[in-house]
Design a binder for this molecule. Sequence first.
Ligand code: GAL
Length: 842
Amino acid sequence: MWWDKNMLSKVVNMFMLWLLFSSWVFSLVSATVSYDSKAIIINGRRRILLSGSIHYPRSTPQMWPDLIAKAKEGGLDVIQTYVFWNGHEPSPGNYYFEDRYDLVRFIKLVQQAGLYVHLRIGPYICAEWNFGGFPVWLKYVPGIAFRTDNEPFKAAMQKFTEKIVSMMKAEKLFETQGGPIIMSQIENEFGPVEWEIGDPGKAYTKWAAQMAVGLDTGVPWIMCKQDDAPDPVINTCNGFYCENFSPNAKYKPKMWTENWTGWYTEFGGAVPTRPAEDIAFSVARFIQNGGSFVNYYMYHGGTNFGRTASGLFIATSYDYDAPIDEYGLPREPKWGHLRDLHRAIKLSEPALVSADPTVTSLGSNQEGHVFKSKSGACAAFLANYDTKYSVKVTFGSAHYELPSWSITILPDCKTAVFNTARLGAQSSEKKMVLANTAFSWQSYNEESPSADDQDVTVHDRLWEQIYITRDATDYLCYMTDVQIDPDEGFLRSGQDPLLTIWSAGHALHVFINGQLSGTVYGGLENPKLTFSNNVKLRAGINKVTLLSVAVGLSNVGTHFETWNVGVLGPVTLKGLNEGTRDLSKQKWSYKIGLKGEALKLHTDAGSSSVEWVEGSQLVKKQPMTWYKTTFDAPGGNEPLGLDMSSMGKGQVWINGQSIGRHWPGYIAHGNCDACDYSGTYSDQKCRTNCGQPSQRWYHVPRSWLKPSGNFLVVFEEWGGDPNGIALAKRTTRSVCADIFEGQPTMKKRGMLIAGRISSPKAHLWCPPGQKISKINFASYGMPEGSCGNFREGSCHANKSYDAFQKNCIGKQSCSVTVAPEVFGGDPCPGSRKKVSVEAACK
Ligand code: GAL
């Protein structure tokens, strides 16, 4: 043989290389995203896709890599984001794609992490974002009507959509170009609006779909909540549950674009939370009913920095009770529980994408959903819909205990690896640890505006606020003179006249001759407000100054672009000799914004243009006051939050950047009853914080700080004591595990474990740099409560603490098997037991 061995191996190697190269070329050329009735198909493979919303302007570019990494670790395949038109095109044709609005950078980071992107271009996005994402200038385009068959609107929408698509193409970001974008979205939940407005709405839907498809992105388009989405656009579901949704054609997959992981906080509202068990249940229920794409809205909610929050009294925090909290930390047990769910779903993927489920009854309120592929893969979901009772069912030749309102996943039709109501994941309690409390403040009183100021305009009647301000500021001053005759009866009787002001919202401070006479504000249910107070007037000219304050523009509702803000009147004065005087039609002077805003007092340079006072002269509890101080950044790398609970309402800036509106003076109302995961969730369930400020803590991104000399400015409208403001680090106070005996469990990397019932383990781990310093609580038996407030129940093993003390103290992480012998024997034979443990991290 003239071929020697070496030669042979060289040829084999070359052949292998060629194979590799050609399959790489082939995969580049043939990168495709399509769909069928089962799933989205990426490069020829049907996929069960788990996705999470992270909105790039709601965090900082410095936070993005970590957020994306945590999403990946949490088991996501896709990051979903809206595109924020008003951030990208602040004035017509003037585009901005820098810093928090660097969309391309965000998408490339997702790509580098090996995840896909679902790009919801909108450009209407809702999202509790100012004006639903529309730039304010759009409202003033002649002849425009939003989101209907209106030429000026369609032209503007098309122009922006094309701009984004061509940017993505130029950067090769669509999957068909080798990029991460596997899907896009046009419009957002237009179905309900179309239903209201009828034919023009129908025509607009058709146009929007055609326009989008015509842009030839190579990847599918979706329209959410749009039953009549025209082919090939896929209609998808949004909601807390979507198991009963079906798309409008047999050949489209069943997709869920918004599974709300909590809900938004509004100023004045209690803070919503959604139990991890219920979210997991909703996802498992959707998948067992044939769903193949689930997106968590939000996976990281983040912060409405600056004035980006919408006018529905949306708070600055957009935490949303999401799996990653506002500060970028995993929210436990939610994040870990969903990660475990994702592993169980992925183990079942081969069967899930291959067949429709066969549904069998396992009891009066229990079902089994079984997926079997021709090649022998089998996955089963066993569901108990009962909201009260745990039930033992028989499936195959085995018995399975199903807690109430739960689904157990068996990726091989035998082994229970996950139950939606059994938290295998650790919980953790966060706390804010004070870092800087002794700020030395200086104050400056906002100068009262006067009708003689240079930048004042005069009109003969009351004007709508946004028409005048174009939303460049929250503030508009309405000023007028009220002439009081010396003969007025009230000057002698002492019966002050009644001033009544009707305003479309959102807040109003009324000053009479420079003195604050009262403050009123609306709320989410009714943004309108009425001021009605007896006011002190004197003979001669009285200066009436109405400071109307917007808290953003509405983001939702049919033709929300027509909704008004500000003092529209009437404004009346009752109790004069003439009876009631209507002030609405007299001359009003208008001043846009605060003097301090014009002087840029929130910047270091701007602040030096006025005289500040300090020490004993520091102004406290007075309305319309500016405060400034400098401080050093706290050490470490924990996220930071500013405690604003001693203040009323206004805005905060750090080093010239706005961290948002503060409004701790708005106390949360609502119902904060105990929260049970079981039963249908609504955003009114499981609220917290009643009777407290809706938002006390304000996120200060680390990357906005320098080591020393940070410049902090607060503008306070109502009056507050700045000495109560403190900067704190968000740290883990304690970690908990709450594990039932015999509960389904999985090995770390998602492998099936042999045998159905094995002894699960209680795992505890502190964040890097911290160690377990103390076991605060441990009980094997029937303990009650949840992380942070566990208590012993009717059954408790006396040696509950021992194993944890021995295995965990001084370690960053530890695990203890949940079995009677570990805790010195069974304290109550025959009862179903669990371990609840809480450990302090230091
Ligand atoms: C949806 C909407 C989202 C967001 C959500 C509530 O209906 O599509 O953009 O507003 O409600 O957080």
